[in-house]
Design a protein around this ligand. Structure first.
Ligand code: HEC
Length: 458
């Protein structure tokens, strides 16, 4: 067994990070002279609605995932104090990447100035202003899928039964008889009010664990009377397999999915399986869900690509200790990833290095921050992604505006930081359990640290 991990699940608790760690709020007055121009008080119609419409209502509307709507003045006014605090803390819109390292595509985050506008509006009592002065919604770089060539649908509807979160996997057949390339991926949530995250994993017939993997997953599915099987950390569920799972695509509310970068695509051999992993958020009620995956397919690609996970294999064997009670535990792995990657990317030759197009960081519920970086031979460092305030609910793929190249001699570094103090325990049925010693594993009480990159050869 060469590469061995699963990754990519995420979940939700309503345990919010403390509001204590707020960013200092800078009011942008636009003038540094002794007597600044008085700044007009922002109003809902002119200043605030354009921000809410452009950055919030994808989720904060009827039929979507957020617990309340922000589509009318009355709703925005009622929530104004909460809204101001959530944007000032950069909890909303959900976006974990620290700025200053890379620019990313599909970045919904607000500027300091936009945050200040919302703050001043809330402080002034959330004035409505004049509807005839409604400003245009903020534009945004949105990812889209240009073609749908293949759809994979859950075989039957499933209604989650666990509150407020449930993680469920469905094993689907890959229907194409010839080798194909997935060049774009999207999901159509069966019920957008409960679908918090959707991930698809590829299990190739030539996966390093052999065909028994599929048998093991089929058994899990068969043992569970309801459709699919329970799975938190990744597609392996309770099988005990350390599955070399490879991501095929993912969807989160507000981001969606779309075409893969620059003529690239993921090779899918005939006979593969796809594990569809659903994170259901049922805090607001449950309902049947039948989600559909949409894919763009090509016969060949200019650039062969793959999702490649990066971690320390020693972690899997119990080497990632996160002792009970400790509030600042860090594990770092820095090495040449090419031999490890090669087992995941199959036909993509990474011996001359590779280009990184997108990256995500996966931990479980004790994770607080992390970094993925390329450390160069010359001592310089290219940070691909720094997550300043990790939120298990909002693991997403960060698309680099410009690919970053890894060259032979460089090292790829992944660093994760956890807080296992009593104050940071994920609630289980309304109760925060006592801290316990934690190590690598698939379960909700275990942890992981995986950088997952979409790479192509060069
Ligand atoms: C991608 C979907 C999404 C977007 C975009 C989004 N929200 Fe949220 N929001 C949620 C969800 C879901 C919750 C419930 C808590 C959670 O899952 O983090 C939430 C919670 C909140 C809360 C409660 C905060 C708390 O700590 O409990 C506020 C306030 C809020 N959002 C405001 C906003 C504002 C303002 C914007 C736009 C600037 C925005 N949201 C954009 C999905 C979203």
């Amino acid at each position: 067994l060469h590469g061995a991990t699963t990754f990519g699940a995420e979940g939700i608790t309503m345990l919010r990070p403390s509001f204590a760690a707020t960013l200092p709020l800078v009011l942008v007055l636009g003038c540094s002279s002794a007597e600044p121009e008085p700044v007009a008080t922002p109003t809902y119609w002119q200043d605030v609605k354009p921000i809410l419409d452009g950055r919030c209502i994808d989720c904060h509307r009827d039929e979507s995932i957020a617990p309340f709507t922000l589509t009318s003045y009355a709703e925005a006014r009622t929530a104004s104090t909460l809204v101001a605090r959530a944007v000032a803390d950069r909890i909303m819109p959900p976006w974990g990447a620290v700025s200053g390292h890379q620019s990313y595509r599909f970045d919904p985050s607000l500027s300091d100035e936009q945050i200040a506008t919302i703050e001043r509006w809330a402080d002034a009592g959330a004035p409505e202003g004049d509807p005839s002065h409604e400003g245009p919604a903020l534009g945004r770089d949105v990812q889209t899928l240009s073609r749908v060539d293949l759809e994979l649908t859950m075989p039957e509807a499933y209604e989650p039964t666990t509150e407020p979160d449930e993680y469920r996997c469905f094993l689907l057949d890959w229907p194409l008889a010839e080798t194909a390339y997935v060049t774009g991926f999207n999901a159509v949530p069966g019920d957008a009010t409960i679908d918090h995250h959707i991930a698809a994993f590829l299990i190739r017939p030539d996966n390093p664990l052999g065909p028994d993997v599929v048998t093991a997953l089929e058994e899990l599915d068969a043992e569970d009377a309801a459709p699919g099987y329970e799975c938190f950390g990744g597609p392996a569920g309770d099988s005990g397999l350390v599955l070399p799972a490879q991501q095929l695509g993912q969807w989160v509310p507000g981001q969606g999915g779309g075409d893969y970068p620059a003529g690239s695509g993921i090779k899918v051999p005939a006979g593969s399986k796809v594990v569809l992993q659903m994170h259901y958020y049922t805090g607001g009620g449950t309902s049947p869900d039948r989600t559909r995956l949409e894919m763009r397919i090509d016969d060949g690609v200019a650039v062969e690509a793959a999702f490649a996970p990066w971690l320390d294999i020693a972690w899997i064997a119990g080497g990632m200790e996160i002792p009970a009670g400790m509030d600042d535990v860090v594990h770092t792995h820095s090495d040449d990833p090419r031999p490890f990657f090669q087992s995941f990317v199959a036909d993509t030759d990474v011996s001359n290095g590779f280009d990184v197009h997108a990256v995500m960081l996966h931990m479980h519920k004790l994770g607080v921050s992390g970094t993925v970086a390329i450390d160069r031979v010359d001592g310089s460092r290219a940070v691909l992604l720094e997550i300043g305030r990790y939120d298990f609910n909002w693991q997403r793929l960060y698309h680099l505006a410009q690919p970053v190249t890894f060259l032979p001699g460089d090292k790829l570094t992944v660093e994760c930081r956890w807080d296992n103090s009593p104050e940071n325990q994920p609630w289980v049925e309304g109760v925060a359990p006592a801290p316990r010693n934690v190590n690598w594993g698939e379960g909700t009480g275990d942890e992981m640290c995986v950088a997952n990159s979409y790479i192509s050869d060069r």
